[in-house]
Design a protein around this ligand. Structure first.
Ligand SMILES: [Zn+2]
Ligand SMILES: [Zn+2]
Length: 347
């Protein structure tokens, strides 16, 4: 075991504190990563506050991790010491079920092992990226192209792949019209990626406050959902709607924005069930769907695509001691567009 510095939650209600956590000894197929940056995802906050279920404390969260490989196990073949790499939302899976064999480990029938708060195959509780080092099986480690700015690479590992995967699955591209609901951490990446794929992108946001940003990220149109005319004007407009909002929304109004055969995909996770009026689906053979991150191969494809296209998240870099304050700002949507912890401040 190796003891490393971290910031962790000790209960559902207390602020995160500086502490130490244990990392396992390097197995034959493990790599040791010296972490440089860790993104702050809304899921981190839900998790440490036990809002998504019981949690074993102390817990270090963080599943948007980038750094360099410091050591490799004896049988590691995909990565080498010095490589710039990333780790996203999962660190293991059964590798035997159909989704796993198909490269869709996030849908592992045995349950993928989440990067933090999960129970790993050896029975230990996984600890996330708000720490100086992490030990991960090489198969769940991504190559991060050098052309992506270091600090901006981190949020690609969750926000990037969460939006890239449904855009690819539902074939966003030249000739398709995509709407993105919400312009936050996920939404701003959905806009950049959809635009880079060649789709015509519209942002649906509560207000027009971030309109200039949205257009700069590649959107062609920007509408306020607080304006009731928006839902009349845009009726039957989109092939695909990516919903990044984690609050209840009037589903009937949103579904009717889809044209024939259009799909509404939720990547946000509202705590309460959404009410879907059947007639809004039946009226134009519309679909209502969900999507969860992406597989390891697809995550690599996304990183290479972003490098090629020169796109990256907009980030605000903070020190380790600013994390609690950053959480409050995430909850009040006061971040443009993702906080990233400079892990050097933890050493
Ligand atoms: Zn996340
Ligand atoms: Zn599996």
């Amino acid at each position: 075991m190796r003891t490393v510095n971290a910031i962790a939650a000790t209960s559902a209600t207390d602020p995160l504190v500086r502490t130490t956590i244990e990392r396992r000894d390097l197995g034959a197929r493990d790599v040791l990563i010296e972490i440089r940056y860790a993104g702050i995802c809304h899921s981190d906050i839900h998790t440490v506050r036990s809002e998504w279920g019981p949690v074993t404390y102390p817990l270090a969260v963080g599943h948007e991790i980038v750094g360099r490989i410091a050591e490799v196990g004896a049988d590691v073949s995909r990565h080498a010491v010095g490589d710039r790499v990333g780790v996203g939302c999962m660190v293991n899976s059964c590798r035997e079920c159909e989704p796993c064999r198909d490269g869709q480990e996030q849908y592992c029938l045995g349950g993928a092992t989440m990067t933090y708060g999960g129970v790993d195959r050896d029975g230990s509780v996984t600890q996330g990226g708000y720490s100086t080092h992490v030990v991960v099986d090489e198969d769940f480690v991504l190559r991060v192209p050098e052309s992506i700015p270091y600090e901006a690479a981190a949020p690609l590992l969750c926000a990037g792949i969460t939006t890239y995967s449904p855009l690819r699955h539902w074939k966003a591209g030249p000739g398709s019209k995509v709407a993105v609901v919400g312009l936050g951490g996920l939404g701003h990446m959905a806009v950049k990626i959809a635009a880079a794929l060649g789709a015509e992108v519209t942002v649906l946001s509560q207000t027009l406050n971030k309109k200039d940003d949205g257009l700069a990220f590649g959107a062609k149109h920007y509408y306020a959902t607080s304006d009731r005319d928006t839902f009349k004007t845009l009726r039957n407009s989109f092939d695909l709607i990516i919903n990044t909002v984690s609050a209840s929304i009037p589903m009937g109004s949103y579904l009717r924005l889809l044209r024939l055969d259009g799909t509404f995909v939720s990547v946000g996770a509202p705590p309460d069930p959404l009410e879907v009026p059947a007639f809004a689906l039946i009226g134009a053979r519309r679909s209502f769907a969900g999507s969860n991150i992406g597989g390891i191969a697809e995550t690599q494809e996304m990183l290479d695509f972003c490098a090629e296209q020169g796109i990256a998240p907009e980030v605000e870099v903070i020190g380790a001691d600013a994390v609690n304050e950053a959480y409050e700002r995430v909850l009040s949507s006061d971040v443009r567009y993702r906080f990233v912890i400079d892990v050097d401040t933890l050493r």
